[in-house]
Design a protein around this ligand. Structure first.
Ligand SMILES: CC(C)(COP(=O)(O)OP(=O)(O)OC[C@H]1O[C@@H](n2cnc3c(N)ncnc32)[C@H](O)[C@@H]1OP(=O)(O)O)[C@@H](O)C(=O)NCCC(=O)NCCS
Length: 153
């Protein structure tokens, strides 16, 4: 597996993964996703194998050093899961955020997404709270966060 930063020509392949991984109402709209991957205060990491995208992950951070970063999403194609790609993408999001001076990283995860919850807990994320109806009526999100080591390489 190879890991690299996003380029604009990746968008169609990236959005095809979003369509496989998430159904509405959890799926990001195309325009919202375009805005995320184009953000100047964030990073999008790509995992690929044999020149085909296997997954991607997006983090955004605050402009001021010492702030917090937010994981927008992390997605690996079903056939490519369980081989460490998600873990490596997560590590790279954390590294990008800490290199930008962020002290903490946090995220929302669907309360019913037990696989992703296990994944974040295994990577040192702690449950901070719960938001009712975050993803829609009666679809709660859990909030997880992790402290970052600023400037970590
Ligand atoms: C969460 C996700 C990115 C993990 O990617 P991955 O490449 O499988 O991750 P890794 O191989 O590094 O780690 C897999 C670990 O994640 C957990 N996990 C994640 N999804 C799982 C699933 N569907 N079933 C079982 N375990 C799962 C397990 O704890 C597993 O640990 P193990 O290796 O000890 O068995 C991937 O499952 C995914 O794309 N899910 C759908 C999209 C999603 O829900 N993203 C999170 C949005 S908040």
């Amino acid at each position: 597996m190879l890991y690299r930063l996003y380029k604009p020509e990746d968008f169609a392949e990236l959005y095809a993964i979003e369509e496989v991984c998430f159904q509405p109402p959890l799926r990001f709209a195309r325009n919202f996703m375009l805005r995320l991957v184009g953000s100047a205060t964030g990073a999008t990491w790509i995992a690929e194998e044999d020149s085909r995208m296997a997954g991607f992950a997006i983090v955004e951070w605050e402009a001021e050093a010492g702030g917090t970063a937010y994981i927008e999403t992390i997605e690996v194609l079903p056939a490519m899961r369980g081989r460490g790609a998600g873990g490596e993408l997560l590590r790279r999001l954390e590294e990008s955020a800490s290199a930008s001076g962020m002290r903490e990283i946090w995220l929302h995860v669907d309360e019913s997404n037990s696989g992703a919850i296990r994944f974040y807990e295994a990577h040192g994320y702690w449950r901070q709270g719960r938001e009712d109806s975050y993803y829609g009526p009666r679809r709660a999100a859990l909030v997880y966060a992790k402290a970052l080591t600023v400037g970590r390489k």
